[in-house]
Ligand binder design. Structure first.
Ligand code: MRU
Length: 348
């Protein structure tokens, strides 16, 4: 794939620093657990699946940094690293699921004879997760692409593209696959205040793929719907509760409400792993609160008076009742979601 937010090469982690996009395409090479956590926390790497993948490789970074002398010490180091990385961000369930997976691999590799053999098993597991993510993105694209027709306008919010995953996307996988299939359509990308993932990232990666994309401010969505420019909205997800309520970037709920008001289908695209059966309803999803400065002096320029009170939740929850379908690698889940989600979570 042309764009990947992260790579693992010769035992080192490289992240495309997304805070520098679109002006500069710069990689960072975090070599400590602290710097991996900082990269996730500061959104140098962001998007639910990409955060999960980064954390999986971050465990490898942590084990190496702790330089264990025994396999038992390496297992301990893996668990400690996972516990530390789990504090990076609270909402995207992919972070916790991939850390759980790495802990399980560490436990299973406890019988290895050397620390090197243990590390090789851990590395293979993280690389497999990356490969799987790419395959899942492709499958989501296959399932969702038929929803887009010639002449359609497709609205998306935030960035659920290559940059947010192993390299193909979820919501944008649908867009990429439809484009590959020769469908002619246009994407409207919400700017996505306050951190502008839509303007800085979605528009950047879609333009590189040759996809017709138009940037709008978040508060223009209602008007372009009224003008008849949007036939479909598709967004990603950070966590989907067992009843289908979906947490995604702040502003997503508003898009879903606007779609309902205009009779436009609103879709969520996400891997099955983004569904959290341990979270019964959207109200149970922890919502990350971020620094006031993201709003008052985003990107280094003060745009609000000093000392103003700020509320800055990074995500909101769209009630399942507003979602026309959840596009997964195993097909499109439809309401009632309790049943379709329970079915999708059954082991194959
Ligand atoms: O704060 P971010 O940029 O990590 O938020 C990202 C989103 O909300 C994405 O839409 C979501 O993680 C899905 S990514 C495939």
């Amino acid at each position: 794939m042309p764009i990947s937010p992260l790579r693992w090469e010769e035992g080192e982690l490289f992240l495309l620093d997304q805070t520098r996009l679109p002006e500069a395409c710069v990689e960072i090479n975090p070599r400590t657990l602290e710097s991996v956590r900082e990269a996730i926390r500061a959104l140098r790497v962001r998007g639910a699946p990409a955060i999960g993948l980064c954390a999986a490789f971050g465990v490898l970074v942590g084990v190496r940094e702790k330089a264990p002398r025994t396999v038992a010490g390496a297992v301990r180091a893996a668990h400690e690293s996972a516990a530390f990385l789990a504090t990076a961000r609270p909402t995207a369930v992919n972070l916790f699921k991939s850390l759980d997976e790495m802990k399980a691999v560490a436990d299973a590799a406890a019988n290895e004879r050397t620390v090197e053999a243990f590390a090789a098993r851990m590395e293979a597991a993280a690389l497999r997760m990356l490969d799987e993510d790419l395959a899942i993105g492709r499958a989501i694209g296959e399932c969702g692409a038929p929803l887009i027709h010639d002449g359609d306008g497709v609205l998306t919010h935030c960035n659920a593209g290559a940059l947010a995953t192993g390299g193909y996307g979820t919501a944008l996988a649908v867009v990429y696959r439809a484009h590959e299939a020769g469908t002619r359509f246009q994407v409207y990308a919400d700017e996505t205040r306050p951190l502008l993932q839509g303007a800085r990232l979605t528009v950047w990666e879609l333009a590189q793929a040759g996809i017709d994309v138009t940037l709008i401010c978040d508060n223009m969505a209602a008007q372009i719907m009224r003008e008849g420019r949007v036939q479909l909205a598709v967004v990603g997800a950070d966590r989907i509760a067992a009843n289908g309520d979906t947490a995604n970037k702040i502003g997503t709920y508003g898009v879903a409400l606007l779609c309902r008001a205009h009779g436009i289908p609103f879709y969520v695209a996400a891997p099955i792993s983004t569904i959290d059966p341990a979270t019964p309803r959207g109200d149970d999803i922890p919502i990350e609160q971020r620094a006031p400065e993201e709003i008052t002096e985003g990107f280094g320029r003060r745009t609000a008076p000093e000392g103003v009170k700020v509320y800055n939740p990074a995500f909101d929850v769209t009630p399942a009742g507003l979602i026309a379908g959840i596009i997964t690698e195993r097909g499109i889940l439809r309401p009632p979601y309790e049943a379709s989600i329970a079915g999708a979570l059954k082991p194959l």
